[in-house]
Design a protein around this ligand. Structure first.
Ligand code: AMP
Ligand code: MG
Length: 337
């Protein structure tokens, strides 16, 4: 199959909507990362996403809508708390898990009786949802296990020959996947950190739980609240090791481990580093780190080094999402300096 990449013109958006209406898959820009979109209510269309990504079959999809009205038929109940979150943070990088209606195929929910729903803010994604006339299931547009793509070129690198069309809407604003919160548990629980921080969620919900898998590795046989959290994720080909400590200790460690290594550091540290280096944002700005992290992980592969030493970010605010993704890309390997 030939994969076309088209700039996000009206005509291209129309084309994407027709493909989706007819049960196909399209690479689409969102404000978080690029997604692989298909009709969320068509099980065989969703199946094609799993195939294109090589995604484990029990890992459910996020269903994207363009208006609140579309949600009523997708859920058993639209909880008051969900409405409050929606009012404050939608459209935006927040996914809410609720009990699902029979209309949502089990293929979409990965066999669960809940469904993850998000209203994205990216104008292209919103137009495609409206024009196709269906909610769109869209996981990140990478091969399963690789870093999520934040531009159309990276989608093409992973999906060439696997899907018909990619819509190029430029660089993604947030750079990391959405925050995922479940309202299907007794107490609201954060399953995946993202652009909407725990503090922002607590402003609306009061105290929330943070799932253990956010900051630590699940035991071999533990059941994951979010199936996606048990798989190896966001990993470039290079081996990543996180170094935790101040800039001075970080540089000192690197200076004595120079063979076949590269650094994943902050912009303000770059000048002091004597091995090939890729930067991911400023040390005091988690949002800039979020925006750069996945690109930086892909760029590390181009250094030709075997090991990358990543300087550990803060885990406060949006930093929790940055730390969560970096930890997974490093297979949870952290050295305390
Ligand atoms: P992605 O689509 O690649 O951004 O990943 C979606 C994430 O949301 C994965 O970690 C899924 O496991 C999680 N997710 C989606 N639907 C549900 C659900 N119904 N219950 C728990 N986690 C979910
Ligand atoms: Mg993903």
């Amino acid at each position: 199959m030939e994969t076309k990449v088209l700039k996000a013109t009206e005509e291209a958006i129309e084309k994407a909507a027709v493909i989706i209406k007819n049960g196909g898959v399209v690479g689409l820009p969102t404000e978080t990362v690029y997604g692989l979109g298909a009709d969320a209510l068509n099980a065989s269309a969703v199946e094609k996403i799993f195939e294109a990504k090589g995604r484990p079959k029990d890992n459910p999809m996020i269903v994207h809508v363009s208006s609140i009205e579309e949600i009523e038929s997708l859920v058993k109940k639209f909880p008051e708390k969900a409405k409050l979150l929606a009012e404050k943070y939608w459209p935006g990088p927040l996914t809410i898990i609720m009990s699902k209606s029979d209309k949502v195929p089990m293929r979409t929910s990965g066999g669960l009786d809940t469904v993850a729903i998000r209203m994205p803010s990216h104008p292209v994604m919103r137009e495609v949802i409206k024009k196709s006339g269906c909610p769109i299931a869209a996981p990140s547009a990478n091969l399963s296990g690789s870093p999520s793509p934040t531009n159309a070129k990276y989608v093409f690198d992973d999906m060439d020959g696997r899907i018909e069309l990619i819509i190029d809407g430029g660089e993604c604003e947030v750079g990391l996947e959405s925050t995922v919160i479940t309202l299907a548990t007794e107490k609201p629980r954060l399953l995946r950190p993202g652009g909407i921080t725990p503090e922002q969620l607590e402003e609306v919900l009061g105290e929330i739980e943070i799932d253990v898998a956010v900051k630590s590795k699940l035991e071999e046989n533990a059941e994951a609240s979010s199936p996606g959290m048990k798989y190896k994720h966001y990993a470039p080909k290079i081996k990543v090791i996180i170094l935790k400590g101040d800039t001075e200790k970080y540089i000192e460690y690197i200076s004595s481990h120079k063979e076949n290594t590269a650094a994943l550091c902050f912009e303000d540290e770059k000048e002091k580093i004597s091995i090939p280096c890729v930067t991911y944002g400023r040390s005091d700005d988690s949002s800039s780190q979020a925006k750069r992290l996945f690109d930086a992980l892909r760029e590390l592969d181009e250094t030709g080094a075997e090991v990358a030493f990543a300087h550990c970010p803060s885990d406060e605010g949006v930093g929790l999402a940055v730390y969560n993704r970096l930890l997974r890309s490093a297979g949870f390997e952290v050295i305390e300096l």
